[in-house]
Design a protein around this ligand. Structure first.
Ligand SMILES: NC(=O)c1ccc[n+]([C@@H]2O[C@H](COP(=O)([O-])OP(=O)(O)OC[C@H]3O[C@@H](n4cnc5c(N)ncnc54)[C@H](OP(=O)(O)O)[C@@H]3O)[C@@H](O)[C@H]2O)c1
Length: 389
């Protein structure tokens, strides 16, 4: 029996993880769950999975939940400290890191410092502080398992291979819902259209990141830290069908691809059962039915954030947390309809342009860069919003 903690249990990854766990009650036990503020959804999960402890970031939501569940036996915590307490739970065998954005950094690091095996979906902390996370994982003898479908594909393709035999990895990108739209068409696209991903059902932030291709930019940085590869060994190819989840080319030019229908339950099942696999009753991939798999070069003029992410990856230091924070602020402003879609790129470009990069020695440097970029990003959001008013 594996004891599981899910950070971000009420989200898309959390829900997919719980869907698998529900099917195998003799193999997995939920002992800790966290969310931000959706206390009613968390209450439903408490009823189904009977965890030992839960935490909500939002203090008022946690209080409301505790009031409704006075005799449930579940411990209810609040705030970041509460989430960290759940992340460090001594009985946990596996922590699923599925909070969205930078809010997952401290809980993920805390789980690693508590020597927990961590399955990471929450890519933003790796983008912000990949070097620190890997350093802590090494120091504590912790295994980090990738959940992102692309990184899971690479991880699976690398099983049993030597690091020096990797020529390059090739991350696939669907291109998102706006792949064929012109820059002019994209400028004033509404959030509902940008959120409508053709292949994957995901939370709002990653859906917008997919529409701008920032998601692929974040993923190349994530890949650097997960697989210890330089930027020139990380390629991206557009593959609109999302069947090939990613590939590894080896030095003998052999290319190993991992394929499957686009369903996050497959890579999640892989980390839950690692190093084994477990049968999962999902539809099979029928290549004859899919018919055609296509691949094309990403258009970095139409999607400049991918090229920007490569630059950030090459230069390193505080640029990565700045890129991440500016993106989080811009996406939030777009979802709240304060800026148009085309302005997301501009906010990120301007914030990076005004930043004076330095090395990130420790978490303090990362958090300082994050704070700076949020203030600067908000300033540019206000500026562009005023220009278009
Ligand atoms: N969705 C996918 O298919 C997919 C695939 C690959 C990678 N990922 C990555 O996985 C992560 C999660 O994505 P998602 O799509 O599952 O996101 P999501 O649906 O928006 O869910 C986010 C989860 O994090 C919680 N949360 C949000 N802000 C928080 C905060 N400040 N403090 C504590 N908890 C917070 C939410 O709680 P509430 O419900 O209470 O708001 C929710 O449980 C992201 O980093 C994403 O890039 C996702």
């Amino acid at each position: 029996m594996k004891n599981i903690v899910i950070l971000g249990a009420t989200g898309s990854i959390g829900t997919n993880t719980l869907d698998i766990i529900r099917r195998f009650p003799e193999q997995f036990r939920i002992i800790g769950l966290t969310a931000k503020s959706r206390d009613a959804k968390l209450e439903g999960l408490i009823g189904t999975f009977r965890p030992k402890i839960v935490a909500l970031q939002d203090v008022a939501a946690a209080k409301a939940l505790a009031k409704r569940l006075p005799q449930s036996g579940v411990e209810i915590r609040s705030g970041e400290a509460g989430i960290v307490e759940v992340a460090r739970l001594s009985e946990a065998d596996l922590v699923i890191s599925a909070i969205v954005g930078s809010a997952g950094l401290l809980p993920t690091l805390s789980a690693i410092r508590a020597k927990k095996t961590v399955a990471i979906a929450n890519k933003e902390p790796l983008v912000m502080a990949g070097e620190i996370i890997q350093r802590e994982a090494k120091k504590n003898g912790v295994t980090i398992l990738p959940v992102d479908s692309e990184h899971s594909a690479i991880f699976q393709a690398l099983n049993g291979e030597r690091h020096q035999d990797i020529r390059r990895i090739i991350l696939t990108a669907s291109g998102g819902p706006l792949l064929r739209r012109s820059t002019a068409e994209k400028t004033n696209i509404r959030p509902e259209e940008a959120l409508a991903h053709p292949n994957w059902e995901m939370g709002p932030k990653i859906s917008i990141d997919s529409a701008t291709l920032m998601n692929k930019g974040l993923e190349i940085i994530e890949a650097k830290w997960l697989f210890d590869l330089p930027p020139e060994k990380i390629d991206v190819v557009i593959h609109p069908q999302s069947i090939v989840h990613s590939m590894v080319e080896f030095v003998d030019r052999s290319v190993v691809a991992q394929m499957g229908l686009p369903d996050m339950r497959t890579p999640i099942s892989y980390v839950l059962n690692y190093p084994r696999r477990s049968s999962l009753a999902l539809p099979s991939l029928d290549l004859a039915e899919v018919g055609t798999l296509t691949f094309e070069k990403p258009d970095t003029k139409a999607f400049p954030l991918l090229a920007i992410a490569y630059e950030v990856l090459k230069k390193g230091g505080t640029l990565a947390p700045v890129l991440n924070a500016a993106n989080e602020e811009a996406v939030q402003a777009f979802l709240e309809k304060n800026i148009n879609f085309g302005t997301i790129n501009k906010v990120i470009e301007k914030t990076l342009e005004t930043h004076k990069p330095k090395a990130t020695e420790d978490l303090h440097d990362v958090m300082e860069a994050d704070r700076w970029a949020r203030t600067e990003g908000k300033r540019w959001i206000k500026h562009f919003a005023a220009c278009s008013a």
